[in-house]
Design a protein around this ligand. Structure first.
Ligand code: ARG
Length: 406
C-alpha cells in the first residue's frame, strides 16, 4: 500500500472528504495539488481559503500550480490545429484539462517522493480513465488511487463525514449540477439535464448568458494555425481565449446540448458552453478551407476524427496521438491569415470573411467574369476522360438502371 499520495484537489466536497478518508482508511500522507487550468474565473474563492480547507482535512501540504499558459499553448493549441470536436460537436473541454493535471500530479509526486497519486472521479465517467491511463503513461511505477469510486458514500454521507471531521465545506446535501470548467469552456451534467427530453435549464450557464448588444463582429488572426491576435491586437493564447470568451459569450454563442458516448459504455446527456473554443475552431477550419491543398485537406479531416476520439478516451500521451500531432503540425505551415466572424443573438455566430497571403484561392481561376485565366477548352477533354469508365459501364450494363423503374 502507498505511503504518500499526491491528490488532484479541487477544493470541492469530494476531494476534501477524500483527504481525510484516505488518511483514515489507508494511513497515508496526503499532498493536495490544485492545478489552475482557468476554472471559475469570476466567482472563485481565494486559493488561501482552499488551502485552509485542504489543511483542515488533514493534508500535509497544499500546492497551487498555475497551468493556464501551458494548457492554452500545448493542449488547446493542438486541439485548434486538429479542429477537434468529439462526435462532431464537443470540443473536449474536460478531456483536454485532465492530461494537464496529470502532468503536474506526476511532477509533484516526484518532488514530494510520493508513491501514488489520487483523483476524485467516480466510476461512471471518462475522467477516471483519463487520470489513470495518463498517469500510467508518464509514470508506470506510480499507483493511482480512486477513493470516491470505492467509498460508497452518498452526497449526504459525505457532508456528514465533513462535518464530523471539522472540514469547512460550502456544499449542501442537495447538489444539482456537476460542473467542470477551464479556459476552454464549461461542462455541465446532472439534475434535470439527465432527462434528454428536458430543455436545458438556464441557471447553470455563466459564460453565455445574453447580456450584450448584437451583432458583435471581430477578426481573429492566425499564424501557422495558432490564433495570435484579436481585432489586430496581438496576445498570447490564454489571454486570447479569455478575451474571446468575454466578447462572444454574452451573445449566447457557444452552447451545446448533446447525448454523447462515454468511453465506459454509457450514453449521457450533457450541456456545454464553450464560446471561445467553438469560435476558434470555426474560424480556423474556415481559414484552412482557403489555404490547404485539396488532398491534404481531405485526409486531415479524416484524421481529426481519430484525434478527437483518442483525446476523449484518455490517450493524450499515446504514440498515435503524438504522431497525429506531428502530422497536423506539418499541415499548419501555411495556415496564416485573418477570419472575420459575426455573432448575432441568440447563439448564432458565423464566418463572414477570410483572407490570407497564403490563399490558394485564385480569382483568375474562380471568376465567372469574362476576364478569367482559365482555359475552358481544357475542360472538355478532362471531363470526357474522367467519365469514360462510367460511360463504358452504362453502355454495356448500367443504362437500364439509370432511370427509375415504375
Ligand atoms: N462528458 C464530458 C467529458 O467526458 C464532460 C465531463 C465533465 N466532468 C465532470 N467532472 N463534470 O469530457
Amino acid at each position: 500500500m502507498a505511503k504518500k499520495v499526491v491528490l488532484a484537489y479541487s477544493g470541492g466536497l469530494d476531494t476534501s472528504v477524500a483527504v481525510r478518508w484516505m488518511i483514515e482508511q489507508w494511513g497515508v500522507e496526503v499532498v493536495c495539488v490544485l492545478v489552475d487550468v482557468g476554472q471559475d474565473p469570476d466567482s472563485s474563492e481565494s486559493f488561501e481559503s482552499i488551502r485552509s480547507r485542504a489543511l483542515a482535512a488533514g493534508a500535509m501540504d497544499f500546492v497551487v500550480v498555475d497551468a493556464r499558459e501551458e494548457m492554452a499553448r500545448y493542449f488547446c493549441g493542438p486541439a485548434i490545429a486538429a479542429n477537434a470536436l468529439y462526435e462532431g460537436k464537443y470540443p473536449l473541454v474536460s478531456a483536454l484539462s485532465r492530461p494537464v493535471i496529470v502532468r503536474h500530479l506526476v511532477d509533484q509526486a516526484r518532488t514530494f517522493g510520493a508513491d501514488a497519486v489520487a483523483h476524485g472521479s467516480t466510476g461512471k465517467g471518462n475522467d477516471q480513465v483519463r487520470f489513470e491511463v495518463g498517469v500510467h503513461a508518464l509514470a508506470p511505477d506510480l499507483d493511482v488511487l480512486a477513493p470516491v469510486r470505492l467509498w460508497g458514500m452518498s452526497r449526504a454521507d459525505s457532508v456528514d463525514f465533513a462535518e464530523k471531521w471539522g472540514i469547512p465545506i460550502k456544499a449542501t446535501k442537495e447538489k444539482i449540477y456537476s460542473i467542470d470548467e477551464n479556459l476552454w469552456g464549461r461542462a455541465i451534467e446532472c439534475g434535470e439535464i439527465e432527462d434528454p427530453w428536458a430543455p436545458p435549464p438556464e441557471e447553470p450557464y455563466t459564460l453565455t448568458r445574453i447580456r450584450t448588444d448584437v451583432p458583435v463582429e471581430l477578426t481573429i488572426s492566425f499564424r501557422q494555425g495558432v490564433p495570435v491576435a484579436l481585432d489586430g491586437e496581438a496576445m498570447g493564447l490564454a489571454d486570447l481565449l479569455k478575451a474571446l470568451t468575454d466578447r462572444v459569450g454574452p451573445t449566447g454563442f457557444g452552447r451545446l446540448d448533446m447525448v454523447e458516448n462515454r468511453r465506459v459504455g454509457i450514453k449521457s446527456r450533457e450541456v456545454y458552453e464553450c464560446p471561445a473554443a467553438l469560435a476558434l475552431i470555426t474560424a480556423h477550419a474556415d481559414l484552412e478551407d482557403l489555404v490547404l491543398e485539396r488532398e491534404l485537406h481531405h485526409e486531415k479531416a479524416r484524421l481529426q476524427i481519430r484525434w478527437a476520439e483518442l483525446v476523449y478516451d484518455g490517450m493524450w500521451f499515446s504514440p498515435l496521438k503524438e504522431a497525429l500531432d506531428a502530422f497536423f503540425q506539418e499541415t499548419q505551415r501555411h495556415v496564416s491569415g485573418d477570419v472575420r466572424m459575426r455573432f448575432e443573438a441568440p447563439g448564432v455566430g458565423r464566418v463572414t470573411g477570410r483572407r490570407s497571403p497564403e490563399a490558394l484561392y485564385d480569382l483568375g481561376l474562380a471568376t465567372y467574369e469574362a476576364a478569367d485565366s482559365f482555359n475552358h477548352f481544357d475542360s472538355e477533354g478532362f471531363v470526357k476522360i474522367y467519365g469514360l469508365g462510367l460511360k463504358t459501364w452504362a453502355a454495356r450494363q448500367g443504362a437500364k438502371n439509370a432511370t427509375p423503374q415504375s
